[in-house]
Design a binder for this molecule. Structure first.
Ligand code: ADP
Ligand code: MG
Length: 207
């Protein structure tokens, strides 16, 4: 796999928190119980970190807050040096996000999906084409570049979503239930992709 990181890791640096959560509480309007109640959590940079819990446990709520889509009732979340409430644009720059619900346009080709995402992040022209090509090759999608996304299997779609999320060279990849609905072999394959991202690129992964 080719290197996807913006910068190669150099000399050892002190362990930094990729995510620092303090006293995080969220209560949806009119709900009886808070979805999150005083959560404290540090996720070290360069690790793969899994958040486990039953349905309704608050995982997606936490992801929405981390990705700046939802303002918490109380508490704070910092992504590296950026607070989600005061520096949301910087947080979004740091993050690659794969949401629980599929985010590909089935009518567009794999390449077009990548291009569209790149434009959203201000990438264009040759830089975008090359970056997309490296990522699609890395994820074993080179043969499917021109195919409509709607014709891909669930596992391949997931891979395109991850490739798409990495276009702007995020430092932290966040995935909400990335393997739900995938069969065990595809799950293993996805797991291998994520482990490689961590080991070769020093990517922090939260899922
Ligand atoms: P998980 O992702 O772990 O399944 P969620 O974060 O989706 O959990 O849900 C946590 C709790 O918040 C649940 O009790 C759920 O019913 C509630 N909840 C989630 N989204 C909303 C919403 N938009 N409005 C009201 N309550 C919600
Ligand atoms: Mg959820």
């Amino acid at each position: 796999m080719t290197s996807l990181a913006a910068h190669e890791p150099s000399a050892p640096t002190p362990v930094q928190s990729a995510v620092a959560i303090r006293g995080l509480t969220h209560r949806y309007p009119k709900s009886q119980r808070p979805a999150l109640d005083g959560v404290d959590l540090d996720i070290p940079a360069g690790t793969m970190f899994g958040i486990l819990g039953p349905n309704g446990g608050g995982k997606s709520t936490l992801f929405r807050i981390m990705t700046t889509l939802l303002r918490p009732t109380a508490g704070s979340v910092a992504i590296f040096d950026a607070d989600v409430l005061t520096r949301p644009a910087l947080v979004r720059r740091y993050l690659g996000v794969v949401f629980q619900s599929p985010s590909l346009d089935d009518e567009l080709s794999v390449a077009e999906n990548m291009r569209h995402q790149g434009h959203l992040y201000g990438l264009a022209g040759r830089e975008l084409t090359e970056r997309a090509s490296v990522l699609l090759t890395t994820f074993g999608l080179a043969q499917r570049v021109r195919d409509r996304a709607g014709t891909l299997s669930g596992g391949l779609k997931r891979r395109v979503e991850i490739a798409k999320a990495l276009l702007h060279r995020p430092r932290l990849l966040v995935l909400d239930e990335p393997t739900s609905g995938l069969d065990p072999t595809v799950r293993q394959d996805l797991w291998r992709c994520l482990t490689e991202l961590r080991d070769r690129d020093g990517m922090t992964i939260v899922l």
